[in-house]
Structure formats: C-alpha cells, structure tokens
Design a protein around this ligand. Structure first.
Ligand SMILES: Nc1ncnc2c1ncn2[C@@H]1O[C@H](COP(=O)(O)OP(=O)(O)OP(=O)(O)O)[C@@H](O)[C@H]1O
Ligand SMILES: O=P(O)(O)OC[C@H]1O[C@H](OP(=O)(O)OP(=O)(O)O)[C@H](O)[C@@H]1O
Ligand SMILES: [Mg+2]
Length: 303
C-alpha cells in the first residue's frame, strides 16, 4: 500500500465509499473533474496521479469522523449519514465538526416513518409508548422530541423493515427510495423526516493555505461538472420572425447566441440548455420554425 502522507501534507485527501451505492458515482464525478489515480493492491488508498488528490476508500459511516479527526479533508457521503452523526454529536454536547460543502445530485432517498399497511395513520401522537426500529436514532429522536412524542427507539443496523413482522417494533424509520422494500414488507410510509442525496462533506472551517488553492480548483471544476451534468448544447437555424415563438420553448437555456447567416434570410442559434431535452420539446421547436436541429453533449465547462 502507498504509505499515508504525514500530517502537514500538501496533498488533498478525499474519502469515498469503498463499496456500495455511492462508490461508483463518487469516483465518476471526481474523474469528470480531471482526476486519475493509481490504485493500491488492497484498494483502500488511491494515489492521485493527475492532481495531488488522493482517495481513501472506506465505509460510508466512517467518513464524517475521518473529516472531524482531520484524517481526510473532504468526503462524499449521504446527507443522511452526515445529519445522523451531526445529531449524535449535538446530543452528546460535542461541537459541530463537519458540514455540507456541496449537494451532488445523486443518491437521492429520504428517511421515512412507516407503519403496517393495515393500520390507520392519524398523527404522530399515536406513536406514544410504541417501539420504532431504526438505524437513525439521532434523527428519529430529534423528530420525536419536536413532535412532543415519547416512544422507544429500537436500534438496528440493517434490515429494519422486517422488525414489525418479527414483533421487534410497531413502526420503523428507514431510508426509502423506490418504496419497494416497504411494500415488500407490508409497510406504508406516513411521514418524511429528512430528504437526502450525496454531498461533498468538509470541515466547518476552510482548509489551510497550502491545500486551500487545491480545494478551490477542485470546487471550481466540481461546480462546472455539476452544472453541465444534464446540459446539452442545442444548435439550429431559424428565420428571424420565428424567434418570438422559439425562445419561450427554451426557458432553461442561457441567453442563446444568435448569429446572422451570410447571404441568407436565416439566423443560426446556439443555446446551452440545462433541463431535459425531450423528443417532444425538439418536435415543438421544429414546429415553431427550428431547422437543422442538433443536440450535442457538453464535455466540460468553466464558469
Ligand atoms: N435505496 C436507496 N436508494 C438510493 N440511495 C440510497 C438508498 N439507500 C441508501 N441510499 C444512499 O446511499 C448511501 C449508501 O448506501 P449503502 O446501502 O451503499 O450504504 P451502506 O450499506 O451503509 O454501505 P457501507 O458498506 O459503506 O457502510 C446511503 O447512506 C444513502 O445516502
Ligand atoms: O425504497 P427502496 O428502493 O426499496 O430502498 C430502500 C432500501 O434501501 C436501503 O437498503 P439496502 O438495499 O442498502 O440494504 P441494507 O439496508 O441491508 O444495506 C434502505 O435501508 C432500504 O431498506
Ligand atoms: Mg454504512
């Protein structure tokens, strides 16, 4: 394994999930910012080749703590994990030690309270004295306190949805994405406690000067990558009189570039669209007078 760089290092270290849902998208996002790595044989540490930015491959639960301890500078982790650990620190009187630096737009899910399908839901008050199974005790306890409900929190590290069937709990509080796991366990969601996605997590304060510049470069590239993630460049020609009908069909476009085509009664237009360019929209544009429509992927962008 490549030896860890000693403290006071001028390289940047980013922790990402080793395996699991966020592992691949996190790597892909960093790679789209121009990073490449040499992997160690044990695949726990990746030495940055194109930039002095190394990766630490870990369990997602460890990422906020690694940032808090200064072992790594930044991390990519679910907002749910960060908020839970932040809540646990708050409950124990510890100061906040990490914060969300950027929302990354993948790993969407939410933390929901769910009860057996056959039961009626009226209000949180009906949970008084009940047992609720969860892997998110801090977030659940904070919600119960806000609602003024006293219930028993049953801590499980996984397979939470099965707890009611096993007689371990009366309700559950767990992550939901498609809702398939709840449905398969005859549970229904009744309250959303928390909305989550993957985030870039970092310390509360800015990084020291040596690594500050590297972080700025990284954030600049990351912001560019996030901005163009769903963006497409739209090219077409049109007659000037079609513009009033065409432009309202491009509400998500940055001010389109309009050029006169030499020797023709035509304009050439170029628009960077940030929303989804559906076939329907392209057909609407064609009907409104767009000619020779072309949709191009955007590879990179620096604001
Ligand atoms: N069903 C889901 N759909 C979408 N995103 C999810 C879903 N479940 C979890 N996530 C998000 O992905 C993150 C990682 O989920 P994963 O299941 O890979 O974690 P894990 O089993 O705790 O992994 P690790 O082995 O690293 O501890 C979660 O913390 C959450 O932010
Ligand atoms: O709404 P759905 O799309 O069904 O997703 C929700 C499920 O996904 C996660 O579990 P995961 O599959 O990661 O299993 P684990 O909890 O055992 O890690 C989460 O804990 C839920 O159980
Ligand atoms: Mg985990």
């Amino acid at each position: 394994m490549t030896p860890p760089v000693p403290a006071g290092r001028d390289r940047l270290r980013i922790a990402i999930q080793k395996n699991g849902r966020l592992a691949e998208p996190a790597r892909a996002l960093l790679a789209s910012c121009g990073m490449s790595w040499r992997e160690s044989r044990d695949r726990l540490f990746c030495y940055g080749e194109s930039l002095p930015v190394d990766l630490l491959l870990v369990r997602d639960d460890d990422i906020p703590g690694l940032i808090a301890d200064g072992v790594c500078d930044l991390g990519i982790v679910g907002r749910n994990v960060m908020a839970e650990q932040d809540g646990a620190r708050r409950a124990s009187g510890a100061a906040p030690a990490f914060r969300e630096w950027r929302a990354l737009g993948f790993g969407d899910c939410h933390l929901a309270l769910a009860i057996p399908e056959g039961e009626a839901w009226e209000s949180p008050a009906q949970l008084a004295g009940k047992r609720i199974a969860t892997s998110y005790p801090a977030l659940l306890s904070e919600w119960l306190a806000r609602e003024g409900v006293q219930a028993e929190v049953v801590l499980l590290s996984g397979s939470v949805e099965i707890a009611p069937r096993l007689g371990q709990a009366d309700a559950i509080c767990d992550l939901v994405s498609s809702g398939a796991t709840l449905a398969a366990n005859q549970l229904k969601p009744v309250v959303t406690l928390f909305e989550s996605e993957a985030v870039l997590a970092g310390p509360m304060q800015d990084l020291d000067a040596a690594r500050g510049e590297l972080v700025e470069l990284l954030l600049r590239r990351l912001d560019g990558a996030l901005r163009i993630r769903n963006s497409k460049l739209l090219l077409f020609q049109a007659r000037r009189e079609s513009l009033p009908e065409l432009l309202p069909l491009l509400p998500d476009a940055e001010a389109p570039t309009v050029m006169q085509v030499d020797g023709a009664d035509r304009l050439a237009l170029q628009a960077l669209c940030h929303g989804h360019l559906t076939w329907q929209r392209l057909e609407d544009l064609k009907r409104a007078g767009a000619m020779g429509l072309m949709v191009l992927p955007v590879e990179g962008m620096l604001a």
